[in-house]
Design a protein around this ligand. Sequence first.
Ligand code: CDT
Length: 329
Amino acid sequence: MSRVVTVGAAQLGPISHDEDRTSVVDRLIVLLHKAAESHCDLVVFPELALTTFFPRWYTDEVSGHDHYFETEMPGPATQRLFDTAKQLRIGFCLGYAELTPDGERFNTYVLVERDGSIVGKYRKAHIPGHEDNEPWRPFQHLERRYFQESHEGFGVWRAFDGVAGMALCNDRRWPETYRVMGLQGAELILIGYNTPMHYAPDPDQNALQGFHNHLVMQAGAYQNGAWVVGVAKGGIEEGVESLSQSAIIAPSGQIVAQAVTSGDVLITARCDLDLCSRYKDTLFDFARYRRPEVYGLITERKGSIPPLELDASDAPGLTHPDMAWEEPK
Ligand code: CDT
């Protein structure tokens, strides 16, 4: 049986702070109809696809942005999206800000099957930016103020005739994200992003945003033998320019479809999930070639700790901080 999944990456252009959910959901539904014309099985929307990227603004109270959060999914504004997708027999992945009944705030992705059933939810693990107002920046990146780090990890689910997993924006820069899913057999990794072009801590990186975006996703696809679908909310939103360049990447690491504009646009690709085994069963045959026994530091250590700087004459042979120094006999 062929396992070709036709995937649509539904890139969004800017959403202004006063655009209401009805208007945004209308835009998503237009893209769903385009996806139906292209015979898509699955449409992937970006991170925080229902609102502007509000962490660019500071509020004294953390609850100051709660009107950008969803307390239910589907909820009153998003039920139409679920109903339309089900009618069209298209699954989708949608990013939104989630406020739980316990008052926890997460940056969340939900995956929905073609029959309208919810496959799974992913809550963002790597939360970038800062917690407090930093007025020296031209705009804030306060994800660490408005979202908690989830501890649920990178799950995968049987869906779309294969094994699918999700990640959100900054997650895509970390190789562990893909590998944890790869170790669970992920064949389809869905990633939404909002990436400002300006990186205040080191503006020399601004010109490299597009390069870094594709670099990490192409590497993640190839090293894990998986399809990767990276979907942007791009363009100039509330005066801040964000990267577009949404892409669908094959398990070979090659980009097979890429957005060339920065507004609402659907790009599609026929993703043959059987292509994954060409990489998973050969060069990246994990069971045969991986060496977890020499990767211990990956989970034991968080920050990097270089070897001690010692005068070689003080400590001949000492090469690693974990090695105890013994007096030579
Ligand atoms: N949304 C998101 O995670 N954006 C980050 C910006 C990093 S700079 C604070 C990203 O990694 O693209």
